[in-house]
Write a protein that binds this ligand. Structure first.
Ligand SMILES: CC(C)(COP(=O)(O)OP(=O)(O)OC[C@H]1O[C@@H](n2cnc3c(N)ncnc32)[C@H](O)[C@@H]1OP(=O)(O)O)[C@@H](O)C(=O)NCCC(=O)NCCS
Length: 231
């Protein structure tokens, strides 16, 4: 299986809503995602889509052009996209579709959405608003691929740091965040109304710090290998 990070589009929202309901006890209504991508200028949302079918000439189905902004920061895979090696292959995961992709092609892709994530840029802080992987796809690097997409976008749009809230009991998500220098910097008591659970408030090291950049480089490389093994 091959996966690619792409900007979230209206056509993806039904699949996003399905994953949302599978992953969260307090799901956002689907129109919240519609508003986010249509009218919130602070918002940046992505999906991960399966692109594992090959056309006869070896080009992946779904039409691909080297577009998405995810790959456009200096630390992003764009800067290594000429490389035929491991990192170059990872770069291809971050390329997006052309804007005029036919809707029939999009409809055919709906079951292929494996996860999604988003952030808001507020001044120079990137707030991760959500990240989720369909349970069917969890544990194979998709969540990490999405987080890398957010980190690349955050750098590209001028964020200095990233922050998020996570349930104190959500050890899986916390482990993912810690790999990318997120640390617990505070706690919001009884933040989640369904069970009164506290939220941890986590922040990364500065994006331009050596610790952050080192974590990004090392983890990106390891993830590329992992995803390649599953192709
Ligand atoms: C959190 C979530 C996005 C992770 O996505 P995923 O695709 O399953 O995770 P990945 O396979 O990319 O794993 C990335 C890292 O997450 C952590 N992780 C993943 N599964 C784990 C598990 N079962 N136990 C502990 N840590 C785990 C590890 O640190 C892993 O890195 P490693 O492979 O080097 O150990 C996913 O589990 C999910 O959608 N959960 C439900 C929604 C949710 O809780 N979102 C977060 C809200 S704050």
């Amino acid at each position: 299986m091959r996966f690619r990070v792409e900007p979230m589009r209206i056509e993806h929202i039904p699949a996003v809503g399905t994953i949302e309901r599978r992953c969260f006890t307090q799901p956002w209504p689907s129109n919240a995602y519609r508003k986010e991508i249509q009218s919130n200028r602070m918002a940046h949302y992505f999906v991960v889509r399966r692109v594992d079918e090959q056309s006869p000439n070896g080009v992946e189905s779904g039409t691909l052009a080297p577009v998405t902004a995810v790959a456009a920061s200096s630390a992003s895979p764009t800067s290594i996209s000429g490389d035929d090696g491991l990192l170059g292959r990872l770069a291809r995961l971050f390329r997006g579709p052309t804007e005029d992709e036919p809707s029939t092609a999009i409809e055919a892709q709906l079951p292929r959405i494996a996860g999604y994530a988003g952030l808001w840029l507020m001044t120079d802080e990137a707030h991760v608003t959500t990240i989720a992987v369909d349970p069917e796809y969890q544990g194979h690097g998709i969540g990490e691929l999405l987080l890398l997409g957010l980190l690349d976008r955050a750098k590209q749009i001028g964020a200095r740091k990233l922050t998020l809230e996570v349930r104190v009991t959500n050890h899986v998500a916390q482990a993912l965040y810690r790999k990318y220098t997120f640390k617990e910097m505070g706690r919001r008591p009884r933040y989640y109304s369904d069970n009164g659970e506290d939220a941890l408030v986590m922040w990364t090291d500065p994006i331009d710090s050596e610790t952050f950049q080192r974590a990004l480089r090392a983890n990106r490389e390891i993830l590329a290998r992992k995803l390649e093994e599953h192709e």
